[in-house]
Design a protein around this ligand. Structure first.
Ligand code: RP5
Ligand code: MG
Ligand code: MG
Length: 271
């Protein structure tokens, strides 16, 4: 598995906690790192939240690691992860911090990401190759551009999460009128029922820790002619503060490992 970078930056997000520095060659758990003493951090903001796990040592917390635990998926797309002294271990390796940080679940935290794409044609020179574009949102927490993804609710189908999060973050569906919701049904529901799974696995998310990490399933919703998606009324919602069509180019900078996902979509449509 490739190593992670974004979850080794010095400061842990939304905190003043500093990660223990982990050099590239010490990321793998199989490499000895005797001096490794990561701080333990679980954000007070997640304690007692309905969507978050209790602390590991809480007596009635009996998580079933590496399995579907009632309606919470504690399986990893990367295969079976290790549990050491009761704590699940990040399958990629060291992050410089223990605990859950701001993530709700111990072990894998499952998300879904929609990659909505269309071609942008050069109007003055139609002989020119069209550029593939996707819909990006600007995240409130880091200010970075990202896929409009989000966490899978307990019991929710991952494919449904991708579409729900797209509507919430890129169309502001949480504040939409019934009329607008009807338009969605008539114009877009069918298009969005035909997603193409492009990736499932680990996300190099800045919130990851040694004991909690993000995983996602990304779906591509591609409109070859652009006639359907061009009618979408983009409006940022929920924890997004911006939304727009973005050209897929080599110098794209995106949140977490979203660039790898977008590149996978690009490669698929280019070949
Ligand atoms: C990323 O965080 C996932 O790929 C997904 O885009 C996102 C889910 O977290 P929130 O947007 O709900 O914060 O790792
Ligand atoms: Mg969301
Ligand atoms: Mg989100």
């Amino acid at each position: 598995m490739p190593i992670h970078f974004k979850c080794r930056s010095r400061l842990y997000p939304r905190s003043s906690v500093e990660r223990f520095p982990v050099p590239d060659d010490k990321v793998a758990w199989s490499t000895e790192f005797k001096e490794y003493k990561p701080p333990i951090y679980t954000s007070p903001s997640i304690r007692g939240q309905s969507w978050a796990d209790p602390d590991i040592d809480e007596t009635n917390f009996k998580p079933k690691w590496n399995s579907i635990d009632e309606n919470v998926n504690r399986e990893s797309y990367t295969g079976s992860y290790e549990v050491v002294n009761g704590y699940p271990l990040n399958p990629v390796g060291r992050t410089g911090i223990c605990g859950r940080g701001v993530l709700g679940r111990w072990g894998p935290n499952h998300a879904a990401d929609p990659v909505v794409t269309r071609w942008k044609y050069n109007e003055t020179d139609i002989q020119k190759k069209p550029i593939l574009q996707f819909i990006a949102i600007k995240r409130r927490d880091t200010g970075e551009w990202a896929l409009p993804g989000g966490m899978v609710d307990p019991g929710e189908k991952v494919a449904a999460t991708a579409i729900r999060e797209f509507q919430e973050e890129a169309l502001n569906a949480l504040e939409a009128s019934d009329e607008i919701k009807n338009v969605w049904k008539q114009k877009f529901e069918h298009f969005f029922s035909n997603g193409n799974k492009i990736y499932s696995g680990y996300v190099d998310d800045p919130r990851n820790t040694d004991n909690a990490w993000m995983e996602t399933v990304a779906y591509n919703f591609h409109d070859e002619t652009g006639s359907i998606v061009s009618a979408l009324q983009l409006q940022a919602g929920d924890d997004a503060v911006g939304v727009q069509w973005v050209d897929i180019t080599q110098d794209l900078n995106l949140y977490a490992s979203h660039k790898d996902i977008v590149n996978a979509v690009y490669t698929k449509h280019r070949s």
